[in-house]
Design a protein around this ligand. Structure first.
Ligand code: PLP
Length: 392
């Protein structure tokens, strides 16, 4: 029902520019590419969500609002944290932000001092690096290697800690690997952060996109009292769960003390997130949830389809447990040198398939490309066949 005819508006803009350029130069344009690059649901935001925003515009005063968000939305978030993430919070433990992106930047702005080091995953979401730098911090990468199941290694984290280390960022379900961390590792990461008195920023933007089992937040290992005393910040987003990427709404969950500082930062940086968007977010939480399961079922089917093609064609395959990404090793037969950015560029030119080069996410994935499972089924099938044939 929600499937859009085209899966990538930004690509369409790029493609429109390409068409114009080709026309100006008198060249034959490329056909529309198969886009497996962006981490964006290929579904339309459900109508009851858009409808709530329209109703707010028509019937409410769209004034300035509380910096950390309207209490009616924060109450619904507290209920969602209990229902989905299985821990207890109050309205004073959360602040509404401009998407997960805004949540992470605000948290960094609230906490970091000039020169503080922050441990970030490699491969990981590209913006961590830039956001930490914007906040005056220094990003320090830790490796998630395929030999280690794409999981963090506590020993390596310990070797990176020094007196300037202030925060650990962890992300599960993970971008770009699609790996869901096991529960005992999440507890170990929390204990590591507590042991070295670090802030733990847990990026849980894909918390509801898990194919087998359930996502576990590090906050579930703390009692409400420990959570209040601790340095754990959890970040969530409406973008992926509800196909609301363009609405820009997410939230931070942390101790009341941290949320107070976060609120000051929000107040000075943005004043508040639009009430229209907050009404839409409230409708997402209170409305029917069945379509969330339908989207999840489609991503799972796409994952299985991708794996079956990779296995049949003898290419590197592992089983991602969540988010909606998959990394493909592009090393050609004979172990020749492969470099993901060149590969992605040549793949687009020669096979008309768009992927995200592994180099966007760090050094560890320089011989990988990331595909997103959020495209029409026939594009996933054709795109992966083309990628495998191109590697060969
Ligand atoms: N964190 C991770 C790991 C992501 O992959 C993304 C988006 O792709 C975000 C945070 C931010 O998402 P948004 O700002 O749309 O909520």
């Amino acid at each position: 029902i929600y499937q859009m005819p085209s899966n990538d508006l930004r690509l369409m803009n790029m493609y429109a520019q390409h068409l114009q350029l080709a026309q100006e130069r008198g060249e034959k344009p490329l056909p529309t590419p198969i886009a497996l690059s962006l981490g964006e649901p290929h579904f339309q935001t459900p109508e009851h969500i858009s409808g709530a925003a329209i109703k707010a515009i028509q019937h409410e005063e769209i004034t300035y609002g509380p910096a950390a968000g309207w209490p009616w939305l924060k109450e619904l978030i507290a209920e969602k944290i209990k229902r989905v993430n299985s821990y207890d919070i109050t309205v004073d433990n959360t602040a509404i932000t401009m998407g997960g992106t805004g949540a992470i930047q605000t948290a960094l702005n609230a906490i970091l001092e000039e020169g503080d080091e922050v441990l970030i995953p490699d491969p990981g979401w590209p913006q961590y690096n830039a956001q930490i730098t914007c906040s005056g911090g220094i990003p320090v990468r830790y490796s998630l290697s395929p030999q280690h199941g794409w999981l963090p290694d506590i020993g390596q984290l310990e070797s990176l800690v020094n007196p300037r280390t202030r925060m650990l960022i962890m992300n599960t379900p993970a971008n770009p690997t699609g790996i869901v961390f096991p529960q005992n590792l999440i507890a170990d990461l929390l204990n590591f952060a507590l042991r070295y008195d670090l802030y733990l920023l847990s990026d849980e933007c894909y918390d509801e996109i898990v194919f087998d089992g359930k996502h576990v937040s590090p906050a579930t290992f703390l009692t409400p009292k420990e959570f209040e005393a601790g340095n754990v910040l959890c970040v969530y987003s409406f973008s992926k769960t509800y196909a609301m990427t363009g609405w820009r709404v997410g939230y931070i969950v942390a101790s009341k003390e941290i949320i107070k500082t976060v609120t000051h930062v929000l107040d000075s940086d943005y004043t508040n997130i639009s009430k229209i968007v907050q009404r839409a977010a409230a409708a997402a939480l209170t409305g029917p949830q069945a379509y969330v399961d339908e989207m999840l079922a489609m991503y799972r089917a796409h994952r299985d389809l991708a794996l079956s093609i990779l296995q049949r064609t003898n290419h590197y395959a592992y089983t991602p447990g969540g988010s909606f990404y998959l990394l493909i090793d592009i090393t050609p037969p004979g172990g020749l040198h492969a470099y993901s950015r060149d590969f992605a560029y040549d793949l687009l030119r020669e096979r008309n398939v768009l992927v995200a080069p592994g180099t966007s996410f760090g050094q560890v994935t320089s011989k990988y490309v990331r595909i997103s499972l959020t495209a029409p089924t026939e594009d996933i099938a054709r795109g992966i066949e083309e990628i495998c044939a191109f590697i060969d």
